[in-house]
Write a protein that binds this ligand. Structure first.
Ligand code: ZN
Length: 507
């Protein structure tokens, strides 16, 4: 018997309050993880893993409690669920979807995963600088084994376990469909990359070579993040060994980057990327924090925001028309550099080993090979012990280069240490979404390039707030992008964007 509307509203209020309390625990967990990645004392690791494991168990109990399940069963049959794209309707749909998944997972498995990934990240951050894959291997083995176990449960006997991991980051994405998109991209990107890297008139990269004071880099990165619209009254920028962004509350968004003194672009682009994530989180409706209406639509949509600000804006000529005179006040060594040369050098296409430093064209090949390796780890025969060789072989085959060590190879990313298997494809989906969003923003705003050239970023940010951020998870990712842009998701705008931008630089 469906509830009357007023009864349903009471149940919804109860559910809202309950989920907001769960979100307090989850954001406390996020704070513990942020702290772990920003300077945990060497001997504090095991206690931190115990804290995270214990809290993760409590969060899982709350997310799978009988009373929560009962409220959701009532709500999905009520009138409140009849408008599936409203904030209330979408939150009911999203909470029910998440509940049905969580209830399948034993608390013991959730806790073992929480423990393994907390320790795994600590070991990874010690082993990576020492190039010690052997030290990391047993931990990685446990993480992959646990994620396989989780995927087996969630896939309910389906032959593709990877689907259930991918789905955790990108609602309703299917491995086979993503594989088709990637195969198509590969077919079109490999000749483009070849054409560009074999061109005789390649940018030489000289304008960005030099020694860049670390303190000035930090000031500069912070200043740029503020200019594009990251709100520092609601967030912070810190340092870590692998850039990331996390949300500790509706008004507490933490972004982290890393700086090298021989390159100012690593710190700056790490900041722009993470600020893109942070500004998305800052644009979600705070009153819905912790519920689907207050969450990001998907990791692919998240990456569309970070990749858009990092590359499509941050590596555009107009951005450097605005930014270069300012950059020269921090870095006088750039005084003789022209907009044309820095623009060309920051868009140099070359086969390289490090994903997060890669240019926009080769970047997707870095993702493709990780996607293939992950699928083999979860559904195929690939074992962790064989990963370094499989990794290097694939770099050689796709990019023609082979890492000299595991630090620059299989251990370069934190993702697998953090249990994030199924996450990588969202970066390329993000690039595809971002190109489509950029086209639509240009159509709607008219003078976007000249706004960027003047350092006017608010119109674009407002456009993203209206079209993407404020909708939270009320629409499925592909629906959200289609509505925001007026056309179904397609990789064509991204391919066109790359060709139109990069080919003229190589003539
Ligand atoms: Zn990102």
């Amino acid at each position: 018997m469906p509830l009357q509307t007023s009864q349903a509203q009471n149940v919804f209020q109860q559910t809202y309050d309950y989920v907001r309390e769960t979100a307090l625990l989850e954001s406390t967990l996020a704070l513990l993880e942020w702290d772990e990645r920003t300077g945990l004392p060497a001997h504090a690791g095991e206690n931190r893993a115990e804290q995270v494991t214990f809290l993760s168990g409590i969060v899982h109990q709350r997310k799978t409690s009988a009373k929560f399940g009962h409220w959701l069963d009532e709500l999905v049959q009520s009138e409140l669920a009849m408008q599936p794209n409203s904030q209330v309707g979408a939150s009911i749909r999203g909470m029910k979807r998440d509940f049905d998944k969580n209830i399948q997972l034993p608390e013991s498995l959730v806790k073992r995963i929480a423990h393994a990934v907390t320790v795994g990240q600590q070991i990874w951050s010690e082993a990576k600088p020492k190039n010690d894959f052997a030290a990391f291997l047993p931990h990685l083995d446990v993480i992959v084994q646990l994620r396989r176990e989780e995927a087996s449960i969630l896939s309910n006997g389906s032959s593709c376990r990877y689907d259930s991991l991918l789905d955790q980051y990108e609602e309703d994405a299917k491995t086979d469909e993503v594989a088709v998109v990637f195969a198509d991209l590969r077919e079109r990107l490999v000749p483009l990359v070849q054409e560009l890297t074999q061109s005789r008139s390649r940018p030489d990269g000289k304008s960005i070579v030099g020694v860049f004071d670390l303190t000035k880099q930090k000031e500069f990165s912070r200043w740029v993040a503020k200019q594009i619209g990251f709100q520092f009254e609601r967030g912070r920028l810190d340092e870590t060994d692998h850039p990331f962004c996390t949300t500790l509350g509706p008004n507490d968004h933490r972004i982290l980057t890393r700086y090298y003194d021989d390159s100012f672009s690593s710190g700056l682009y790490g900041t722009l990327h993470e600020a893109g994530h942070g500004m998305y989180e800052q644009g979600l409706p705070p009153e819905w924090f912790g519920l689907p209406a207050g969450c990001a639509a998907s990791l692919g949509v998240h990456e569309s925001q970070s990749r858009l600000w990092e590359n499509m804006i941050g590596r555009s000529k107009e951005f450097w028309q605005w930014c270069l005179p300012h950059a020269k006040t921090w870095f006088p060594q750039l005084n003789a550099v022209s907009v044309d040369s820095i623009y060309a050098d920051l868009n140099r296409v070359e086969a390289s080993l490090i994903r997060i430093e890669a240019d926009e064209a080769t970047y997707n090949l870095h993702i493709l090979l990780r996607f293939e390796l992950e699928r083999e780890l979860i559904d195929g025969d690939l074992q962790c012990v064989d990963l370094p060789t499989a990794w290097s072989d694939r770099y050689e085959s796709y990019l023609g280069i082979r890492p000299k060590n595991d630090s620059d190879g299989v251990m370069q990313d934190v993702h697998w240490a953090a249990g994030l298997i199924g996450y990588f494809p969202t970066y390329t989906l993000g690039n595809i979404f971002a190109a489509q969003l950029l086209n639509a923003a240009c159509d709607d705003l008219g003078e976007l390039p000249s706004m960027i050239a003047k350092g006017e970023f608010q119109p674009l940010l407002q456009w993203l707030r209206t079209k993407v951020h404020q909708h939270g998870r009320c629409l499925k990712p592909t629906e959200l992008i289609a509505r925001a842009t007026g056309s179904p998701v397609s990789s064509q705008p991204f391919i066109d964007y790359l060709s139109e931008k990069l080919i003229p630089l190589y003539r």
